[in-house]
Design a protein around this ligand. Structure first.
Ligand code: SF4
Length: 348
């Protein structure tokens, strides 16, 4: 009898505080589901669900192709997906803040690009305007490092023909532009360069991110950030200096970065993210603060409030404090009665 429910390994239910999300890691998409359904899936995957056949939950699961009904014998044909995550690179992503002086970019890249498995991606970011001549020098430097995939984020100037200058970079984004536009593979946006902005459009719902996020912080993991003065810093906003970047000391610097404990800090351990249904697809860049008791929290409130499942741009959004939630250096304090009342008024 096909009484056994088997959820496909690449379909992962993730429980949130007020609602849940089902991640489809192959389709790279996600659907919202109620917490009841999420709990039903988590507790009945691989089990005899004969007593629930004909129920809405089973119908929804089969209709959405999240799983199948099969025999007890066939359940074993669907082993769980390994959530181990490894990469060959020492550095997954180097974020280098550049200015007009080029700040020793060639030396930094010579160190990061010394062999094909040292550094996978480099993002160059210029908060200040860089003129065309100096920009061409930057692109000349990039040409020397074919092992590295480059993204370049620049601040807009009307005097530069960015399409003509661009070469050998994957993404070139021009910020603070007059209007939003994509032209000859150059993306223009009227937004200013920001490193603490969260949006669903930045989420990555895929196997690699999901597996990495089980063990690591998907923004900080294997990341090095170097400022305009060649200092390795912890974060673009707070800019706490960790060490001066000296090419021959790369391994020592990576050791110091790892010791900061952010690489191996999944969102499951960060207040408020640990209650959020997006925690395995969100790579927000916020500074993380460690409390004296060893727990962690984001230094700034997110634009998404997972306790009421609302983004700040949505109708009826309320921030944490209005919902009776305090998250600061003293801990996370949730007034569950206030949250319950707000959620009831919003959704029921
Ligand atoms: S609460 Fe955390 S996991 Fe959720 S969207 Fe905000 S930063 Fe991302």
């Amino acid at each position: 009898m096909n009484n056994y429910l088997k959820i496909f390994a690449t379909v992962q239910p993730v429980l949130g505080y007020t609602r849940s999300v089902i991640y489809d890691l192959v389709k790279e998409s996600y659907d919202f589901i109620p917490n009841d359904l999420c709990e039903f899936i988590m507790s009945n995957d691989g089990r005899d669900v004969g007593e629930f056949l004909g129920d809405d939950y089973i119908d929804v699961i089969i209709k959405n192709k999240w799983g199948i009904l099969c025999s007890a014998y066939e359940v074993a044909f669907f082993p769980p997906m390994s959530l181990n995550w490894e990469q060959p690179y020492l550095i997954n992503n180097a974020l280098i803040l550049i200015n007009e002086d080029g700040n020793g970019l060639f030396q930094i890249l010579s160190s990061l690009g010394a062999n094909p498995i040292l550094c996978k991606y480099v993002t160059l970011v210029a908060f200040q305007y860089i003129d065309e001549t100096k920009l061409k020098i930057v692109f000349d430097i990039i040409d020397n490092f074919p092992y590295i995939t480059f993204d370049v984020y620049l601040t807009f100037s009307r005097e530069i023909n960015y399409s003509a200058v661009k070469r050998n970079v994957k993404n070139m984004v021009i910020f603070s532009a007059d209007k939003d536009l994509k032209s000859n593979d150059v993306i223009y946006t009227s937004n200013a360069i920001e490193f603490d902005f969260i949006s669903p459009s930045y989420f990555n719902c895929n196997v690699s991110t999901f597996a990495e996020s089980q063990h690591h912080n998907i923004y900080y993991n294997s990341k090095i950030i170097i400022d305009e003065n060649n200092y390795v810093i912890n974060n673009v906003q707070s800019r706490n200096r960790i060490a001066l970047f000296e090419p021959h000391k790369l391994h020592e610097i990576l050791y110091l970065l790892k010791a900061e404990n952010l690489w191996d800090l999944p969102k499951d351990q960060i207040d408020v993210c640990k209650t959020c249904e997006f925690r395995y697809m969100c790579s927000d860049m916020c500074q993380i603060i460690k409390r004296t008791d060893g727990s962690f929290f984001r230094s700034k409130e997110c634009l998404y409030n997972p306790f009421i499942a609302k983004w700040s741009f949505e109708k009826d959004y309320m921030n944490l404090i209005t919902c009776g939630i305090k998250c600061d250096i003293n801990g996370l304090n949730v007034n569950t009665e206030i949250v319950k009342e707000i959620v009831k008024n919003l959704y029921f």
